[in-house]
Design a protein around this ligand. Sequence first.
Ligand code: ADP
Ligand code: GLC
Length: 494
Amino acid sequence: MKKVLFVTSEAHPLIKTGGLADVSGSLPRALAELGQEMRLLLPNYQALESKEPVRYLCRIDLDGVTVEILESRLPDSEVSVWLVDYPEYFGKPGNPYLDAQGKPWIDSAERFTLFCRTAVEIAMGRSELDWQADIVHCNDWQSGLVPALLSIEDNPPATVFTIHNMAYQGLFPRSKFVSLNLPPQLWNPDGLEFYDMLSFIKGGIAYADRITTVSPTYALEIQTPEFGCGLEGLLSHRREDLIGIINGIDQDYWNPETDEYIPQQYKSTTLKKKSLNKASLQRRFALPVDEEIPVIALISRLVQQKGIDLVIDSLPHLATMPLQFIVLGSGDKSYERRLENLARLYPGKIAISLGYNEKLSHLIEAGADIFFMPSRFEPCGLNQMYSQRYGTVPIVRRTGGLADTVVDSLPHSIEEQSATGIVFNEPAADSLLEATKRAILLFQDKRSWKTIQQTGMHRDFSWQNSAVQYLKIYQQLRPAASTAQSKTETPASA
Ligand code: ADP
Ligand code: GLC
């Protein structure tokens, strides 16, 4: 049994902006079920929604600043959540990364440095919590300084750093490194420096004992210039310590048989009932209620990663076809405006809901026929798995976790019941259009369509297998691994 401090900037259902929250809300639970002693460390954001009681645990002094540690619990689990309470940073309206105006926090570097320093104190057993970590499992740049800071401690716990997205690196000017009072020995090209900038993510990639990312394909992709965002050299240098483990999903929360957010529950043998959800979805978006017309949906952060430009470029053509299109998302204001314009231009065909709406996302998964994920890159992606579970056939681009979790529908794969979606290669509107035409033809072939839906619904996307792979990594690591200095010898940019 290992004592694991799981350090993350979001966790469902407490606080969520994207898939990191889904993973942080369910992987620690799965590891606890495998007998590990899990503690989740999160900032105590004002926006955090804890339905569990919260109690005071202790104070920790850090370099002239005092934070409080509060304790809560991941609902329906044995996993304790330790909240880093520092109202000056976290007690303001906004989400973990953006203020109430939707702008990145101007003190993001300070916020997450404080968070990381707190994690180090707890991990080293220097708090009054009477607890010391064997493993510190960090996630994304917000916790990237933890492996770096632990590397200069005597006898530190072992560290795992999970990359959920290489595109977000936590880059700040060199002056921040100085004002944050970070240890000078960490400023070097094998350490936190990235082209004269302070890089939080490099703290994880350069210093962690093991690096994981959220799909096997993405683990290979990030070692190339196209996906490595400038860190491909360092990642490929560390390839012996880098492993891709596909995310699981919470199969209880995303379960069409028990989902409380949808008007009609259903399963693979009662797929006909799905049409009641479809009608409810069409009504919700003021679209004509018609069972025969395919409904295509997209739920996403509206950012370049997700191929939203391809969707926008395809929509005028798609609107000439017999289909309806629904978007739920928020993000880049120019995408939001263009999508709103298209919805105005094509009423009854294209409908959009801007914003974040958890409940509606379940209705969309249950009511749509087809789900779009034409991502330019996708470390793992979760909605393609949710979609398969709900008998909603995903159209995905062959990249990252999408390539690893969706099987293209070709005559032989449909026949042998392995097909679960439509997969296309090029990040281009034409390719997306071709894929959509293929989907619509298949949709009209009721027998094949049902086979594809049922194959997807029967797939096992539980955390079980993936959690076992994380556990194996934990077991390979000695509690006090020798992380006396950076694991790298070559510059990141090499
Ligand atoms: P990413 O983390 O890159 O955004 P993922 O596919 O891993 O992508 O996870 C996205 C998660 O966020 C999914 O659970 C998805 O349903 C949810 N999500 C994204 N946008 C919205 C939205 N506007 N409303 C509700 N849920 C959303
Ligand atoms: C990131 C990625 C997404 C992944 C999620 C959870 O946000 O963009 O592909 O599913 O993290 O690992």
